[in-house]
Design a protein around this ligand. Structure first.
Ligand code: NAD
Length: 291
């Protein structure tokens, strides 16, 4: 039976591990948070004492960590994944990180006889729980094909988008659209309510027309109710806006709206909303209008 190591069992990694267990894989996980390890154990998984141990005992290793410093520490650090995994192991980083770090992981991993993919995801906590994530994969065709049985229980739209790092560039484009959509849905709610209208009714109509989106479909009720439990934290979207603006600089493009969205998200953080869901951009829109 294929044994899967998974490092990072938070909002996304936790349910992903459960779905891999439900699909019949043997799973060994590691996280710094004890309650996450207990959840894995309760779901039938094994607990490793380090990322290196999870890698050493697995055929496939997945990381689902906050950002590139954690991925670098866990994968490239002494006794980490690349040091400990057996040659031929498939290492899939599913975190959202800089494309250049993804390319470095592929290079260093390849030099050590590992197969490496970058496979960030979209679809949020709900998508992770339901196993219907969109997975954008960078790496070789061959490694992508061999990872299909691993991706199948996790996602619905699973696409090979190019060589190493390409998955992360597509994810950056995804986060640009998600951030901009939240910012505009927030402004629509402020406009509707300040005009004396019921925002729920207004957004119901929007959701059925050209303005419709997954965000309106899934989040309009919680936004109107000012329910901002994460989900996806503002702090993580702030990190993603940095990745997007770096990618824009590298590609020599301007992204004027993207820069504005980055400023709104930075403002949300500065106002103390970093641990709230990114739909809390509504608070920034309200504050800007004195509402
Ligand atoms: P999270 O903070 O809930 O989970 C990250 C986990 O990594 C935590 O449990 C943390 O304890 C663990 N961790 C951190 N450093 C570690 C280390 N050195 N060793 C072992 N474990 C360590 O974050 P999340 O929301 O699950 O996001 C994970 C990644 O997925 C991020 O890159 C994020 O941008 C991306 N993502 C998140 C969502 C979402 O909706 N939450 C959606 C798509 C993509």
């Amino acid at each position: 039976m294929t044994k899967i190591g998974i490092v990072g069992l938070g909002i996304m990694g936790g349910p992903m591990a459960s779905n891999l267990l439900d699909a019949g894989f043997e799973v060994i996980g590691f996280d710094l948070v004890t309650s996450s390890l207990e959840r894995l154990s309760a779901a039938g998984g094994n607990v490793a004492s380090s990322a290196g141990q999870a890698a050493a005992e697995s055929d496939v290793v997945i990381t689902m960590l906050p950002n590139h410093p954690q991925v670098e520490a866990v994968a490239l650090g002494e006794g980490g994944i690349l040091d400990s995994a057996k040659p031929g192991t498939l290492y899939i980083d599913m975190s959202t990180i800089r494309p250049e770090t993804a390319r470095r992981l592929a290079q260093v991993g390849g030099d050590r006889g590992l197969r490496v993919l970058d496979a960030p995801v979209s679809g949020g906590e709900r998508g992770a729980i339901d196993g219907v994530l969109s997975i954008m994969v960078g790496g070789s065709e061959e490694d992508f094909a061999s990872a299909q049985p691993i991706f199948a229980p996790l996602g619905k739209t699973i696409v090979h988008v190019g060589p190493a790092g390409a998955g992360q560039t597509v994810k950056a484009a995804n986060q640009l659209v998600v951030g901009g959509t939240y910012a505009l849905v927030a402004e629509a709610i402020v406009l509707l309510e300040a005009s004396g209208l019921d925002a729920s009714v207004g957004l119901d109509v929007l959701a059925g027309g050209l303005a419709g989106s997954r965000i309106l479909e899934l989040k309009r009720k919680s936004m109107v109710a000012r329910e901002f439990r994460p989900g996806f934290r503002i702090d993580l979207h702030h990190k993603d806006m940095g990745i997007i603006l770096d990618a824009a600089r590298d590609a020599g493009v301007a992204l004027p709206v993207g820069n504005l969205v980055a400023a709104l998200i930075a403002s949300a953080r500065a106002q103390g909303y970093g641990q709230l869901d990114h739909s809390a951009l509504l608070k920034v829109a309200e504050n800007l209008s004195g509402k």
